[in-house]
Design a protein around this ligand. Structure first.
Ligand code: ATP
Length: 272
């Protein structure tokens, strides 16, 4: 390899935020995810799709440290994070939302954000209680950043409302805001449009694109709403019974006969 080729390859590799090698999860006799190879580059929006039970959430759970893979490796910017704890992975710049909303339902919108900020900054409860100058400054900064985040997410008007009192669509936006409060570089969204009507889904599609640009993010999302997936994804991976049956651009996926047969041919909405 010439020196020029070598430096080109190194530059390309630096752009890889997340890479999995043979990532596999077995539950008893079920291979939920089978040898998954992912490559996600900086500032891409990448989707993971597939029928129910295909292994999508299990893949997220391995990447975020909830499960340790049965075999295979996970690299974040080239660092092996396989089996690292969820807290540690969050502090390395990975945040996620969940398929079923997991807010602090009895707390205000603002407090949901502040708690996430405290968590990500590893703030010291003793210095905060004693109101030491450094802690006071940090707290002030956190509050300002939280206000700004709520403003950007269109939630400033409801910042004092109890989280559970928000309409469903706004609760989903709050969940994304809370994930953003940890200042991630890589944002994982698990079915962000679940339960949304077509108008809410359209609004969310625009929001995700905007958030990705405003916060300079790399986004990896699981979603069943194909309009959303096809519109915003740079690349798509398709799982079926844990196996990767397709990967490529939206156009490539739409024309992949195996994917159409296993998944795209089935109209999820028609079943409901
Ligand atoms: N903790 C677990 N213990 C045992 N089996 C599990 C566990 N978690 C998931 N599975 C199994 O692994 C397979 C993949 O499940 P997973 O939830 O990852 O699918 P999914 O693609 O996210 O589905 P959906 O679209 O319905 O959310 C399923 O057969 C599921 O029953």
């Amino acid at each position: 390899m010439t020196p020029d080729n070598k430096s080109i390859n190194e530059t390309i590799d630096k752009n890889i935020v997340l890479r999995t090698e043979n990532m596999t999860m077995q539950f008893g006799g079920v291979v939920a995810v089978d040898n998954l190879h992912l490559t996600i580059r900086e500032h891409q929006i990448v989707a993971l799709i597939g029928p129910n039970g295909a292994g999508k959430t299990t893949a997220f759970n391995m990447i975020t440290g909830v499960y340790t893979p049965s075999s295979g490796k996970i690299f974040l910017h080239g660092e092996d994070i396989t089996g690292m704890s969820p807290d540690k992975i969050t502090r390395k710049g990975v945040a996620r939302t969940f398929q079923n909303i997991r807010l602090f339902k009895d707390l205000s919108v603002f407090d949901n954000i502040i708690i996430a900020k405290h968590f990500s900054m590893h703030s010291n409860i003793f210095s905060a209680t004693l109101r030491l100058p450094g802690a006071v400054r940090a707290e002030k900064k956190m509050r300002e950043e939280s206000e700004e985040l709520l403003e950007r997410m269109g939630l400033a008007d409801v910042k004092d409302a109890v989280a559970s009192s928000l309409p469903y669509g706004q609760q989903r936006h709050l969940e994304i805001a809370r994930a953003l409060a940890t200042k991630p570089e890589l944002l994982l969204l698990d079915e962000p449009a679940a339960g949304m009507n077509p108008q809410e889904t359209e609004d969310l599609t625009a929001s995700i694109k905007q958030i990705q640009q405003d916060f300079n993010l790399t986004v990896f999302l699981i979603e069943h709403h194909m309009d959303l997936v096809m519109e915003i994804s740079d690349r798509i991976y398709v799982l079926d019974f844990g196996q990767t049956i397709g990967k490529g651009t939206p156009a490539e996926i739409q024309n992949n006969p195996r994917v159409v047969e296993a998944y795209l041919g089935v109209d999820d909405d028609a079943e409901n």
